[in-house]
Design a protein around this ligand. Structure first.
Ligand code: HEC
Length: 144
């Protein structure tokens, strides 16, 4: 009798914990999707002219973002700095050298950069997570 009761309590506690966990995960997931959507809006306004609708880039002028070997986790701080301050030096993307500088965009606030980075890396950088404002601010303090 006593055993049965503890078992029931145990199952109940386990079940609530699991429920709590999935609720929490889906909140994270909703937030991630919001970041991606807001990032895409900003992409359309600030980046698409050059990098194009599908991130395919344009000839020798603008490098692609889709399939870009530059969009790695270890380059993320560089990408954040690049959006804010521009890229002044030639960059090699997928083996091809691009020599045009990219203008910086100082109007982009830390939160804008966070949603943009989340969009870029979820769409084309094989990530399924948020890049948050804290990470962006940290990257901005170390820009080259
Ligand atoms: C005026 C055109 C232009 C605009 C606008 C622009 N870029 Fe670029 N972008 C470039 C060029 C040109 C390069 C290559 C720079 C170099 O070689 O130094 C580049 C390079 C990059 C790279 C690194 C190389 C790659 O293809 O992976 C990323 C990432 C990038 N841009 C993202 C963005 C994002 C995000 C925005 C919007 C916030 C943006 N760019 C706006 C022209 C532009």
């Amino acid at each position: 009798m006593y055993f049965e009761k503890t078992l029931k309590t145990f199952v109940y506690v386990l079940f609530s914990a699991l429920l709590g966990l999935t609720a929490c995960q889906s909140e994270e997931e909703i937030k991630r999707q919001q970041y991606v959507a807001e990032g895409f809006d900003l992409y359309k306004k600030s980046c698409m002219n050059c990098h194009q609708t599908q991130g395919e880039g344009m000839a020798n002028l603008y490098p692609p973002l889709a399939g870009s070997d530059f969009l790695t986790a270890s380059n993320k701080a560089l990408v954040i700095c690049g959006m804010r301050n521009g890229f002044q030096h030639p960059l090699r993307v997928n083996g091809k050298l691009y020599r045009q500088p990219m203008p910086g965009n100082t109007a982009l606030k830390a939160l804008d950069l966070a949603v943009l980075t989340t969009f870029l890396y979820n769409e084309w950088g094989n990530e399924k997570k948020i890049t948050d404002v804290t990470e962006v601010e940290k990257a901005l303090t170390k820009c080259p």
